[in-house]
Design a protein around this ligand. Sequence first.
Ligand SMILES: Cc1cc2nc3c(=O)[nH]c(=O)nc-3n(C[C@H](O)[C@H](O)[C@H](O)COP(=O)(O)OP(=O)(O)OC[C@H]3O[C@@H](n4cnc5c(N)ncnc54)[C@H](O)[C@@H]3O)c2cc1C
Length: 420
Amino acid sequence: MRVGIVGGGITGLSLTHFLARAGVESVTYEASAQPGGVISSDDVAGKVVERGPQRMRLSPSVRDVVTDLGLEAELLEVPEDLPLYVYCDGRLRRVPFSVSEFLATDLLSWRGKLRLFAEPLTDAGRPEETVADLFTRKFGREAYENLVGPLFGGIYGSDPAQMPVEYSLSALLRVESEQGSLLTTALQRLRGDSERPPAVSFADGMQRFPRALYESHADRVHLETPVTAIRPDGDGYLLETDSGVDRVDEVVVTVPASVAADLLTEVDESAAALADLRYNPLAMVYVESDFDGEGMGYQVRHDEPFDTLGVSWNASMFDRDGVFTCFLGGMNDPDLVREDPEKLGDVATREFEEILGAPAEVVDVQRLEDGFPAHDHSWQALDRVDLPDDVHLMTNYTARMGVPSRVRQAKETADRFAAE
Ligand SMILES: Cc1cc2nc3c(=O)[nH]c(=O)nc-3n(C[C@H](O)[C@H](O)[C@H](O)COP(=O)(O)OP(=O)(O)OC[C@H]3O[C@@H](n4cnc5c(N)ncnc54)[C@H](O)[C@@H]3O)c2cc1C
């Protein structure tokens, strides 16, 4: 079996790694000169600027790869007790991660806390309801607005009221049907029964991870070689690039949905529907400040009078020279992202100072027209896509988007190919 992988982001590169480890032949084509896709770290005026993920959880699959690559000594670990905040009703309030923090948190009133305990009496989650409806129905409006809405919506730059459960939370429905209650699982987490892997990065930034993967498999990965077409060929496929045609038996496509739509229409016309999947536009403003509070950062509650979605405190997490990443835009404010960088910088620094009480200066501004996959109603387009069994869509629009999920899916897929 020879596997063709289109895209050298973290999904394509970790799949390359697991296939190599299992002794399965593969070839990976990446359009850009840099490995890693959206995981990209820059040095701007001596500061580490993360263009994509700011950190990742050291899940068992990620740890597995980190160990294989010998990167353990380079890991920077976020201290376990570093707080995460939600800004609501005029100030930052700590998100509870333990029973004592839950009892002490001022994110929820006593009434709001007690309401959580009615969850076992509620009906099971339904795939077609929205994330907002699910959490409001199960845990009450206050818990949704002050806790779940800002945290969950912040991950996707999205409005949970626009996100059907089946596209973004199907794993949670599985947990509910196994455990009988979401509250039980939440309480187990708060009690510390299930271990949460630490959040990590590397001294030079997150891109160290995909770069190390590339360096270890450079013989299987072609950078600066975009795939221009995928064509059926007997019981296999031809991957066309400017440097030639490569025949493979299985194809794994990890590129953004609109690119996959173009590449796969010759395999099956139904792939054109992929172009309908929406991504949320995003602006990231990197600022420098003397603010010395300790924490991972904060998300802003939806109805607060701010354009900032959230701020990642890389200064505190990784001791990085006063650098903070401010996220703006998302589904609720797509036009803001199209404003010029100066205006975005002004908004981010003004709101940073208003919330944290410390001045900040802009280091850099980045705009992503297609930032986070929206996992909203446009995901119904996936139901119209019908590809052959040996063509696999595998990235953040077909499953969860976090780096740990990407690596885990790559491992499961490689294991399946190896077994075949
Ligand atoms: C701003 C941002 C912040 C995030 N923050 C976090 C976080 O804090 N923690 C976390 O765990 N996750 C985070 N994520 C999610 C996570 O980083 C991504 O879901 C994941 O990295 C996607 O990896 P991928 O390989 O599936 O896709 P991509 O990274 O999109 O890789 C696809 C690759 O395909 C290549 N390509 C495109 N066209 C072609 C072609 N024709 N031929 C060949 N190659 C092609 C692209 O150049 C790219 O390298 C974040 C994502 C974003 C965008």
